[in-house]
Ligand binder design. Structure first.
Ligand code: CA
Length: 230
């Protein structure tokens, strides 16, 4: 059992029923809603681990509701996968811009759907048994809050641990200082951007003790990237 609750918001009865069935078979616990109003009611009762959200809904559209949720501190951490009949690149970009975690174009296979849901849940640390993230010989244990290289533990502060957790769950992408602040410190906290540089420098120093300083890379004029590739 994964014990992950997934809120399914889809107005077409047949598709909603299919989604619920696929999720149950994959050991998820689905909660079904036919529109944003019903979904909001479900949210008021319990917070799901992920929302599978149809783009086109009667009344408030899926993308509009997702945009509203991502503005609410209480809901913004819930992962959202948008479902859509459209496949245009522009829609995908718009979906991801409002903060959706992934985007699936109909028609999709149950196997693809489950794989994408698992990937997002793993990334957001919601999937049981996913407490350990390994990249190369770097091991991050989110349950024990430990970072190590092979079996050698690294002495990192809680902030540096969160920074590494973010990097290791989002490898090979460049993040600006502002993006890192939002993701690691949260939008409500006021911290100067150069604070990040201080933490990055300390992280690199710790990694350098194990000759791994190249993992955290500076991208000139933009920000930082975590990658195994130089
Ligand atoms: Ca629809």
């Amino acid at each position: 059992m994964t014990n992950c609750n997934i809120l399914v918001v889809e107005d077409e009865d047949a598709i909603r029923a299919m989604l619920v069935m696929v999720l149950e078979q994959a050991d998820f616990t689905p909660i079904a809603a036919a529109d944003a109003q019903e979904a909001q009611k479900a949210l008021n009762e319990a917070l799901p681990d992920l929302i599978l959200l149809d783009w086109m809904l009667p009344g408030i559209s899926g993308v509009e509701w997702a945009r509203r949720l991502k503005k609410e501190p209480m809901y913004r951490d819930i992962a959202i996968i948008l479902l859509t009949a459209r496949g245009e690149e522009e829609d995908k970009v718009r979906g991801l811009e409002i903060g959706a975690d992934d985007y699936i174009t109909k028609p999709f296979s149950p196997k693809e759907l489950v794989a994408r849901i698992r990937a997002v849940l793993r990334r957001t640390g919601k999937l049981q048994g996913a407490s350990t993230i390994m990249i190369g010989d770097l091991v991050l244990d989110t349950e024990q809050h430990r970072l190590s290289i092979g079996d050698k533990p690294l002495e990192v502060s809680p902030t540096e641990f969160r920074l590494m957790q973010f990097f290791m769950t989002h490898p090979d992408k460049v993040y600006s200082r502002t993006q890192l602040l939002d993701q690691v410190w949260g939008r409500s906290v006021y911290i100067e951007e150069r604070t990040i540089d201080v933490h990055i420098r300390r992280l690199r120093k710790i990694l350098a003790e194990h000759s791994r300083e190249e993992l955290v890379q500076t991208v000139r004029g933009f920000g930082y990237r975590f990658s195994l590739i130089d």
